[in-house]
Design a binder for this molecule. Structure first.
Ligand code: COI
Length: 355
């Protein structure tokens, strides 16, 4: 599959590129951006013509709703380069659909498919030198929308800005990931915005995560808000548990993000003949499995983090260390997934889209 471009986009090219000043071997996640950005405004009830221009700061009124009420959503996607220098996206239509689902939940206008997809293709074409070859090198894509209408009255804005920015990236987590199971704080509640990629879902995690960091843990495994007995997500990722040879993960719900990596790993695991159970995973069963040795692995899955093995978890101040095992499902599934993304293995699912 490949993306076709039908949309008219204004273009102002950067007069010089920053690319030679970037140390691609030592990238901290999300700190470096490419030469261009896409901007498309919504006003008077309509989306305007998009423009791609040099990456730069811009002015917004201090009373804009995004500052006061956090009316903001985003997506996380990646571009990959194969050995023949072709650039590929992974299941971009899933991100597009989820973006508009988030928009509806946050009372924002849906972005038309041609603005999202053609905009993406055009900016990626322009900045394609920023996608480096080799497994582990990616260009992280951040489409987002903010409410730019002015006025501090607490109601939805009438003006919005949709943008796409691009950041060369390697791993999101470097080093060990240890997690605390949440006993008090919650990431999301039924009827809330947990299933949307709303900016506030992430900032609401900062304080509990800071407390976890102070105790030596990198992330939190979020539990259901009502009873704190069911395991739902890990930090910014969906989460999988392996008990003996069965892989467990929670079903998506109003509280859980429908992760693209999550659903791809489920399909890959099933194809590999791994027994997968999509059902509520209880804190109690994971603690008991850790005690009797049947808990073999826990790993997070997300676009930024890909597949991130968790080395230990803490519950009620007791730390449980995961065993070091030989045939890790996490590593096996990560390899299968990345080989498809970098076009090193046949894409039998038709997930990859050429830019
Ligand atoms: C992603 O995996 O793309 C996410 O959205 C997580 C983000 C907070 C880095």
């Amino acid at each position: 599959m490949s993306l076709k471009n039908t949309l008219e986009i204004d273009l102002i090219k950067a007069s010089t590129s920053k690319i030679d000043t970037i140390d691609f071997e030592n990238l901290a996640f999300g700190n470096v951006f490419t030469d261009h950005m896409l901007v498309c405004d919504f006003k008077e009830g309509a989306w305007q013509k998009p423009i791609i221009k040099p990456y730069e700061p811009f002015l917004i009124d201090p009373s804009a709703k995004v500052f006061h009420y956090g009316q903001a959503i985003f997506e996380g996607m990646k571009a990959y380069k194969d050995d023949q220098d072709a650039v590929w996206l992974f299941r971009p239509e899933e991100n597009f659909k989820r973006f508009n689902k988030s928009a509806v939940r946050m009372a924002m206008p849906e972005v038309p498919e041609n603005i999202f997809m053609d905009g993406l293709k055009t900016i990626l074409d322009l900045d394609r030198n920023w996608v480096k070859k080799g497994i582990g090198n990616t260009l992280y894509i951040r489409p987002f929308m903010i409410a730019v209408g002015s006025g501090v009255i607490a109601q939805p804005s009438t003006q919005y800005r949709f943008m796409i920015i691009l950041s060369p990236a390697k791993a999101y987590y470097s080093g060990e990931v240890k997690v605390i199971i949440a006993e008090h704080y919650s990431r999301a509640a039924n009827g809330g915005i947990g299933a949307a990629k709303a900016a506030g879902n992430y900032s609401a995690q900062f304080y509990p995560t800071k407390l976890a960091n102070e105790k030596g843990f990198q992330q939190i495994i979020w539990t259901d808000d009502a009873t704190h007995t069911k395991l739902e997500e890990a930090g910014t990722m969906n989460v999988f548990f392996r008990i003996n040879d069965t892989l467990l993960t929670a079903p998506t719900s109003e509280r859980i993000l429908d992760g693209v990596t999550r659903k791809s790993l489920i399909d890959l695991a099933k194809r590999e003949g791994i027994d997968v159970e999509i059902r509520s995973v209880l804190v109690e069963e994971i603690v008991n499995a850790a005690k009797d040795g049947s808990l073999k692995e826990i790993f997070g899955a997300g676009t930024a983090a890909v597949v991130s093995p968790i080395s230990a978890f803490s519950f009620k101040d007791v730390e449980y260390t995961l065993p070091k095992i030989e045939h890790s499902f996490a590593l096996q599934l990560k390899e299968k997934l990345t080989y498809i993304q970098y076009k090193k293995a046949e894409d039998t699912f038709n997930w990859t889209v050429k830019v």
